[in-house]
Design a protein around this ligand. Structure first.
Ligand SMILES: Cc1ncc(COP(=O)(O)O)c(C=O)c1O
Length: 410
């Protein structure tokens, strides 16, 4: 037997403890094991993606498959000028609320890749980043695995409507035993599906500025609003400066999570240069860049897509909340994103993480429905679970909730 040379310590730690959360491992396994014509198939409502838009995307994406020589040659690391111009013009109008220069835009393989590279540029190993909770589960992977930063959670509370305040930021930062380099805001918030009130955004950014730290605003769900409210750009709330870095992606608002295209905009040229410096390993393929540029160039289609997307999300949200009411499961009202937080506390025997886990597994094993447990979202109190309502047509989501309701009532 040839001896197996050891891996690096950092690699071995990934082998010893997979960074894949249990709910995703279960989803992958159950989706693969699905039996054709099963009358009660597995329903995965744990992954935040919009699978409701393909009929509108498909003709547009397949329309101009005019792969040109430039698409198959080496190009600019941070995205071709063609795509950066299109993103700058689209983002200025729909997301950022200010005129963004194409030179202040970089494109890499998804928001996750952008976040990892951005935080590589903003903080050194051992430094801390304030992350409000409940939170997107993968920030821990993005920031702690290779960047070796420490996330300092800032727990918001259901009793205060999960609002983030400067007082909470101050308390978390003064309790922290690592120096704080940045604040990472997600707006609209994953997993609550709520847009942060303007005043809260202003107060939190002001607090960060008073501490001289970077502010990253991840607006990956900016256009996925439903109901009457619309996303309010950061520039309409606070003056944009070199301390602010905004992240977005095609993954959610354009329902293309598999295409891998994420965007960073910042006026801070040093940050952009640093990110571009390590971006070589996360370049978006030339073909994909060309496809996205063609898509954004069609203003009429973009407007129709966004209107239809919001209309469909509204129907899904309304259907989901109606089903939750019928099932007697409380929820936190939402106005954006592809999900909401359902409140299972009344079904728990005691307010513990073990009990939340028991309910999550019961729903998974008995109802064959997968939700995102609150613990994975690093929420500060047990009993909440995220329901991703755009991964399946509304009637399927409703039938999943119906199954859960019957199970919990028995
Ligand atoms: C808040 C947030 N940021 C980043 C990501 C990752 O996005 P991408 O697929 O573009 O890497 C997600 C995906 O769920 C998310 O919810």
């Amino acid at each position: 037997m040839v001896p197996k040379p050891p891996l690096s310590n950092r690699a071995q730690s990934l082998v010893d403890a997979s960074p894949l959360p249990t709910y995703i491992a279960e989803h992958l396994e159950r989706s693969t094991d699905s039996v054709p014509d099963d009358p009660n198939p597995y329903i995965g409502l744990a992954i935040a993606q919009n699978l409701l838009m393909w009929d509108i995307l498909e003709p547009q994406i397949n329309r101009d498959r005019d792969v040109d020589p430039a698409s198959v040659a080496y190009g600019e690391t941070a995205g071709s000028l063609e795509i950066r111009k299109m993103i700058a013009s689209f983002g200025s109008k729909h997301i950022w609320g200010r005129t963004v220069d194409p030179d202040d835009v970089v494109l890499f393989a998804g928001a996750g890749a952008i976040l990892e590279m951005l935080f590589f540029a903003l903080a050194d190993p051992g430094e801390g980043v304030l992350v409000p909770t409940p939170s997107y589960a993968f920030y821990w992977t993005d920031l702690e695995t290779r960047d070796e930063l420490t996330i300092v959670p800032v727990h918001t509370s259901s009793s205060d409507d999960f609002r983030l305040t400067p007082e909470l930021l101050e308390a978390a930062s003064s309790r922290s035993d690592v120096p704080i380099a940045a604040l990472l805001l997600t707006n609209p918030v994953n997993p609550t599906g709520r847009m942060m009130p303007r005043d809260d955004v202003a107060a939190c950014v002001e607090w960060a500025r008073s501490r001289g730290i970077h502010v990253v605003v991840n607006g990956i769900y900016a256009l996925s609003t439903h109901g009457d409210g619309m996303y309010e750009s950061l520039a309409s709330i606070v003056p944009i400066g070199d301390d602010i870095h905004e992240v977005w992606a095609f993954s959610k608002d354009f329902a293309m999570s598999g295409l891998r295209a994420g965007v960073l905009t910042s006026t801070n040229k040093d940050v952009l240069a640093a990110v571009a410096g390590i971006g070589y390993w996360s370049i978006v393929s030339g073909d994909t860049q060309h496809l996205l540029a063609n898509m954004l160039a069609d203003d009429v289609w973009v407007e129709r897509y966004l209107t239809e997307m919001r209309a469909r999300l509204s129907i899904s949200y309304e259907t989901t909340t109606a089903a939750l009411k019928t099932a007697g499961i409380p929820y936190v009202e939402a106005d954006a994103g592809l999900f909401l937080l359902a409140d299972f506390r009344r079904f728990m025997d005691e307010p513990t993480w073990a009990e939340e886990d028991r309910i999550w597994r019961l729903i998974l094993n008995e109802a064959d429905v997968n939700l995102t447990p609150g613990s994975a979202c690093q929420i500060g109190e047990p009993g909440f679970m995220r329901i991703c309502f755009a991964t399946e047509p509304p009637e399927v989501v409703a039938s999943a909730i119906n199954r859960i309701g019957l199970l919990l009532a028995s």
